[in-house]
Design a binder for this molecule. Structure first.
Ligand code: MEV
Length: 427
């Protein structure tokens, strides 16, 4: 499967879907069918409280991605048009050779049981804790037979001192789930056993979103020629991107924006796939400050005629559970990713982290070059022109005209440009 689609952005939405379905070998119309119910007011009613109507976000598909040697289309849900265009551009620059290469560790999430008033365990208490582990694991497995059958379950119990007493840490392999419900269940279910072994009172029983055992990583290598066909300009851009990366490593104000841009890509995939993006954001920002200073998450350096990039952050995603199965659009996202049948959560994590790396590359490529204003103007002008009834050909011409004028693409300016394009064609 080839995820490159020149001219993809010029197609009508239905034609884009048809193209993706054909490339993925999906039944014609299947994706549209899954996306339609999202606008149905009866759908969201069942999914939250006090619902008065749906909030519909554009569901986009970014082309060009190559992740771990396999091409993939990437579902993205965001209100910011430049995000999807930038992701596709970043992915195009990164698709040379193996493309983006990721590593995703086993899905182990940790829960905290705060045992207030407990004292740090001595040797015998440590022995009792180790001896209690199989019984706790068996009790948890009985409560979650499907997880146990798939190889998941309680893996370890650790502890840490706390000013309030002792914190027992439960490491749970959550399989293909995001894991919050499973880990919270482990904490509440096993708290009495932990009290019995370690003493104190279980005052708090909850997962930590600081899932530092689930740190996913993406690396990518960009030939300088992919940045610009002109060798001198390409070298300048590579040096500029590397400098922007160093700047984000040392300057907190810049690091926040650098990471915001990276999360533009990460969040859009998470939202499309029905994931808990707040959890990923919280963990990601804490990860960015793990050495005591908030830093840029994605890093770039120039190595001769290549630009080398990397991104890592804790990534708790899941492909089973109510949040995914209850939303047809999330299932459409899994279908676009080719993981609807096997529910490969590690593949989802790989694509999410890859989208973050591509997004950051595209942002830095723009910032090190012409800036982001013209690109934004072009995209906005396209949207306004389409709303004014411009044809696909006219949309491109209008966007080019508006961007060349370097004026804000308000409705009046776009209407005028459209009239000019039409007049030119009549001549
Ligand atoms: C805008 O949504 C994102 C950027 O500001 C990211 C960045 O500055 O790296 C362009």
């Amino acid at each position: 499967m080839d995820s490159r689609c020149p001219g993809f952005h010029r197609l009508a939405g239905a034609d884009r879907l048809a193209l993706v379905e054909a490339r993925l070998g999906l039944p014609a119309g299947g994706l549209a069918e899954r996306l339609r119910p999202e606008a149905d007011a009866a759908g969201p009613e069942r999914r939250s409280e006090d619902v008065v109507g749906p909030l519909v976000l554009p569901f986009s598909i970014a082309p060009n991605f190559r992740v771990d040697g396999r091409d993939t289309f990437v579902p993205m849900a965001t209100e910011e048009p430049s995000v999807v265009a930038a992701a596709a551009h970043g992915a195009r620059m990164l698709r040379d050779g193996p493309g983006i290469v990721t590593t995703v560790p086993p899905p182990v999430m940790t829960g905290q049981v705060l045992l207030a008033g407990a004292t740090a365990p001595d040797g015998p208490a440590e022995g009792r804790l180790a001896a209690a582990l199989p019984g706790m694991a068996a009790a948890f497995a009985r409560a979650h037979p499907a997880l146990a059958a798939g190889g998941g379950g309680l893996r370890a119990v650790r502890w840490q001192p706390s000013e309030e007493g002792v914190v027992a840490l439960l490491d749970v392999d959550v399989g293909r789930a995001m894991g919050a419900n499973l880990v919270n269940d482990a904490c509440e279910r096993l708290a009495p056993a932990l009290e019995a072994v370690l003493g104190g009172r279980a005052a708090l029983r909850i997962l930590t979103n600081w899932c530092d055992r689930r740190v996913a990583r993406a690396v990518g290598s960009v030939p300088l020629a992919a940045l610009d066909p002109d060798a001198a300009r390409a070298a300048g851009l590579a040096d500029g991107i590397a400098m922007a990366s160093r700047f984000a490593a040392g300057d907190v104000a810049r690091a926040v924006t650098h990471n915001k841009g990276t999360f533009n890509g990460i969040d859009a995939v998470l939202v499309a796939a029905g994931q808990d993006w707040r959890a990923v954001e919280a963990a990601g920002h804490a990860w960015a400050a793990r050495d005591g200073r908030y830093r840029g998450l994605a890093r770039w350096r120039r190595d001769g005629d290549r630009l080398e990039g990397e991104l890592d952050l804790p990534l708790a995603v899941g492909t089973v559970g109510g949040a995914v199965d209850g939303r047809p659009s999330s299932l459409a996202a899994l279908a676009v990713l080719g993981i609807l049948d096997d529910r490969d959560a590690a593949r989802l994590a790989s694509v999410v982290i890859a989208a973050g790396l591509a997004q950051n590359l595209a942002a830095l490529r723009a910032l090190a070059g012409e800036g982001i204003r013209r690109g934004h103007h072009r995209l906005h002008a396209r949207a306004v022109a389409a709303a004014l009834g411009a044809t696909a050909d006219e949309v491109d011409a209008v966007a080019a005209l508006v961007a060349a004028r370097d004026e804000p693409p308000d409705r009046g300016a776009v209407a005028e440009a459209l009239a000019q394009v039409r007049a030119g064609r009549r001549r």
